[in-house]
Structure formats: structure tokens, C-alpha cells
Write a protein that binds this ligand. Structure first.
Ligand code: PLP
Length: 353
């Protein structure tokens, strides 16, 4: 039996009890809200964890990239997958159609005519009909049609194009300011036009707390909740105790009284910050700040910390954004009671195409 304490560093660990608790809680929240749960696997990129999510009650999974879907379909986790990314170019649309042949349902989003035309070209005559959701911008300012009228225009186009089946609308995250008015208006508009909307797909971990405010949504895609991180805690969607992912790092230098250097830099923790300060929370020294990172060095400011770690000490860091840390390492260590219970290869690591 390998102990967590004996793992060489830097090492990414997953507390299995917390992971199981997080999966059960999200499933309960989504089921109680009367929606289907479609977890986003970009957080963990590990088929075994997706299998745990499906076993807990998920209807299927969400993938961001085709390459992720290929890995999860090869693993046989589920036969109901939604890809929430515009698939552009013949090389990719061909792969999409090949994949769609292998499962019961492989749905995909689109937010413009070029994408719909490309999907249709690949699907027509292939014997596969691709279910399509029109992606809407509820105020996040990323992808998505800007108005309910534009959504209806694309839905009609999807309905007309051979090889496509219009299924509904998608948005991320559904707690963005504009989502509710956008979707309320869209529902009216589609009803008036006689276009059914069987699927309304929302998403986000923070949005798990306000599902009841979006009764129109039929399914929910959360991802980060499986591990949680500094950002989900600071957004109020989780507590420190809910954080299942830790980066174990060794203090390799104490060049000054107030500075420690650890062996985890931007190649493990990443530079993701969004709205949070520093580059992760040190569990054992919460007053210390990971003030800066170079590729392999983490610079820890100890000035506010009454206790200071020694060279050789191993610390545990809750990363700012767990989903990108998953993409940085070959494997993660599943821990229970201080021992390594499972070593999971991060199977879809690097699957960004
Ligand atoms: C399209 C889409 N759906 C769902 C999610 C899951 O959201 P979260 O990570 O907040 O749980 C994401 C996250 O990036 C996303 O981009």
C-alpha cells in the first residue's frame, strides 16, 4: 500500500470520499430540480469518474472537444453525449459523424450558419442524423447567438438541412444575467412559430445553487463541482472541505525568512486566476500566499503566516482552477484515509482537438 505521504512531488491527488460526496450532492440538486444531469467531463478527463457520475444518475455526459468524446466513447462510459463546442472544418465534422455512428446520441451545439452547413455536409448521406442545439449567449460574452430571433432562424435552418435534427437550445452558464429573459422570450417565440423545444440545456457549478430559478431548463451541465477549487469556493458554490483535488508540493528552498520556494510552478498549478488573488491556497498555511509562479517554481510569501514551513516539508495546495490542472499531469492519485487507492491516467489529457 502506497501512502499519500510517500508520493513523489509534485503530485495531483483526489480525495475519493470528497469526490463521491460532490457527485452525489450535484446529482441530488439536479434531480430535485426535476432536470437531467449531464456532467461536463472537462474537469477530470477520466472515464472512471464519468462512470461514477453515470452510476449516480447522470443521463449522459458533456464534452468540450471531439478528442475528449473519442476517449470517453472508446471507454464505453455512456452512449449519450453532448459536445458543447462549434465543430468547424471537414476534418472534424468527419470525425464527428464517425463517432456518432458508435453511440445512441451524439448531440452538438452550433451558433452560426457556417457550422450548421458543415455539420450537414458531413452528415448527409452518412445514415446518421446529428442532433443540434443552438447555443445562446445569456450574458457570459463567449459563444452564442445574441437574440432569440437569431436562435429561431438557426433552428429553422437546422431543421431544413439534411442530416441535422434541431433539438433545442444551450447556454453557459445559466446564471448569467441575461439567460432568464433570453430563454423566456425564446420559449414564447418558438411556441408562436410552432417549433418544439424538447431540450433546454444550462450549465455551471455555481448555477447548481439556483436551479429553481430556471424552471424552463430541462438539463444541467456542471463540471467543476466534481473536484471544486479556489474559484468555486470564492464564488460560494463550495467550501474548502469540498475541495477534492490537491497539488502536493515540496518546499525546496527558503531563500529568506518570508519566502519559500515549492516544486510546483505554472506547469502544474497553471497561471489561471480570473477573479482570485494568488495561485492557490496552501491548506497547512492558509495565511501564506502563492504570490508568483515561474514554470517549475512556486514563490510563496510567508510574511502573513505565523508558522513557516521547513525545506523538505510537503504541503497541499487547492488550485485556483482544477479543470486546467487536470490537463497538466499524466495521472492523478485517488486517496482514501491517507493511502493511494487508485492511480488514474488522465485519459483525455491534451485532447484539445
Ligand atoms: C459549455 C459549458 N458547459 C458546462 C460547463 C461546466 O461548468 P462548470 O465548470 O462551472 O461546472 C462549462 C465550463 O467551462 C462549459 O464551458
Amino acid at each position: 500500500m502506497q501512502l499519500a505521504a510517500d508520493l513523489d512531488t509534485p503530485a495531483v491527488t483526489i480525495d475519493l470520499s470528497k469526490l463521491q460526496k460532490n457527485i452525489a450532492r450535484a446529482q441530488r440538486l439536479v434531480s430535485e430540480a426535476g432536470k437531467l444531469n449531464r456532467p461536463h467531463i472537462k474537469t477530470h478527463k477520466i472515464p472512471d469518474i464519468a462512470a461514477m457520475q453515470v452510476k449516480a444518475g447522470a443521463t449522459g455526459i458533456t464534452c468540450q472537444k471531439l478528442g475528449e468524446a473519442e476517449v470517453f466513447i472508446d471507454a464505453g462510459v455512456t452512449d449519450d453525449i453532448l459536445i458543447t463546442f462549434n465543430i468547424v472544418g471537414a476534418a472534424k465534422t468527419r470525425r464527428l459523424v464517425d463517432l456518432a455512428r458508435r453511440v445512441k446520441r451524439l448531440a452538438v451545439v452550433a451558433d452560426n450558419e457556417t457550422v450548421l452547413q458543415g455539420l450537414s455536409e458531413a452528415a448527409r448521406g452518412s445514415g446518421v442524423d446529428l442532433p443540434v442545439l443552438i447555443e445562446c449567449d445569456g450574458g457570459f460574452g463567449r459563444n452564442g447567438v445574441q437574440t432569440p430571433d437569431a436562435a429561431l432562424d438557426l433552428a429553422r435552418l437546422a431543421d431544413r438541412l439534411p442530416g441535422l435534427v434541431f433539438e433545442g437550445l444551450a447556454v453557459y452558464p445559466n446564471n448569467a444575467l441575461n439567460t432568464k429573459p433570453f430563454f423566456s422570450r425564446a420559449i414564447e417565440l418558438f411556441k408562436g412559430a410552432g417549433v418544439p423545444l424538447p431540450v433546454l440545456s444550462g450549465g455551471g457549478t455555481a448555477a447548481l445553487l439556483t436551479l429553481a430559478d430556471y424552471p424552463m431548463m430541462t438539463e444541467h451541465r456542471a463540471g467543476t463541482y466534481a473536484y471544486n477549487d479556489v474559484m468555486t469556493v470564492e464564488s460560494g458554490a463550495a467550501t474548502w472541505d469540498d475541495c477534492a483535488m490537491h497539488v502536493r508540493a515540496t518546499v525546496v528552498s527558503r531563500p529568506t525568512e518570508d519566502r519559500a520556494i515549492i516544486d510546483a510552478g505554472s506547469k502544474v498549478l497553471t497561471r489561471e486566476q480570473y477573479f482570485v488573488k494568488g495561485f492557490g491556497r496552501i491548506v497547512e498555511y492558509p495565511e501564506a500566499a502563492i504570490a508568483n509562479l515561474s514554470e517549475e517554481h512556486g514563490m510563496v510569501d510567508l510574511s502573513a503566516s505565523p508558522r513557516k514551513p521547513e525545506v523538505g516539508e510537503v504541503i497541499s495546495i487547492i488550485p485556483n482552477h482544477c479543470c486546467v490542472v487536470s490537463n497538466m499531469v499524466d495521472e492523478v492519485y485517488g486517496l482514501r484515509n491517507g493511502a493511494v487507492e487508485v492511480v488514474w491516467p488522465v485519459a483525455a489529457r491534451g485532447k484539445v482537438r
